[in-house]
Design a protein around this ligand. Sequence first.
Ligand SMILES: [Fe+2]
Ligand SMILES: [Fe+2]
Length: 410
Amino acid sequence: MKAQSLKSFKQKFSYSGHILSGPYSGLLQKRLIRAMIHLDALEQFGSPVIPYIAAWRPDDNYIWYEYCGKRFHDLLGQPTTELANTFRDHIVSRYLYRYQGNPPTITKITRDKEQLDRMRPGLRRMVMRGGEADAVYKVAINGSPLWLKDLAKVEVFAEDNIVLSWGSLIDVSSEMRLEEALVETQQELNIHKEHLELLVDKRTRELHKSQLEVVSRLTQALACRHDESGLHGQRLRAYSSILGSALGLKKGVQWLLSQAVPMHDVGKVGISDAILLKEGALSPPEFDIIKTHCQMGADLLQGGNSQLLQVARVVALTHHERWDGSGYPHGLEKHRIPLAGRITALCDVFDALTSPRCYKSTWSFEDATDEIDSMRNIHFDPKLVDLFMVNLPKIRRVIAQTNLATEQAV
Ligand SMILES: [Fe+2]
Ligand SMILES: [Fe+2]
């Protein structure tokens, strides 16, 4: 292009770049002029894309625009010479959308201005290698945010030591405003959800605690009648934990079991002292009355909505069932007896044998364990007897600890 026509071309485009005014190759200058004419025509036709041509040297951080669409000026309200710096200085953040996985999901990678400033030399090298860049920039000028989607193809002119970025911007502010509003709404919903979960959790704990307290007081009231020390319940808790752990039950289930087992005789609150505390053997009618304590306990614990009360109900109802089906109240046999009932039966009988009662003397540890062993397949689940025998050292420690506690209390 002749000097005169180049001058009028630059005037027409209000050109403020460097390439058409400096010692650059004819190839580069011609490419640039053709591209500017083409992009200007696109703008005249009202294309929604805002074109720009940015330039930089591979060994320099400085960047400038050779061409900017008119709408870019209007959007940022700056002359071409200032546009590159204004754009860079007012970037709030940059979003990169990646499609990953199968089925694909969109991952949004956000970088703030400080991160971008640090990453810029690396990003430049990356786009030079890859040949293109694609991201959404959030720009805030005069306080009002603007989102511009930038898609740029990068071309290196080695002879001139120049890199040109052929870019297209699309104003995606309304879409991104919607996305931000959605994110904010989601965050607010999450906060509400967390708050509600905490509230429900708190209420559930309170309810659980009050139900536990009622039943524990009932059990204590009963213990006052025939287990003055309260150690029977304490030992049952420990024995059932040992068996629960040996069975590989989850910690939460072990806890439920250990809390429920001491409530097995809660139904005895309905049995008169004359029968309950009677010294010597019970007559058959008296024994029939005693037998009702299982159903009475189950009725008492019926309808509790905590897991603990539900397990306690099963324990109260089934702790006198026997493996061979000769127990009461329903004559269940083998695995028809719930595990909690089978565990309670074994622990309860063992503790009764090794503790003094009004109707019998205390059995030695060895005699009591022989008795338990001899009742496998008759009274007790054989697998539980096996686990009980394997854990005798732990059982012995429980007895030693409660004896020590009694001596100290005395
Ligand atoms: Fe009982
Ligand atoms: Fe008992």
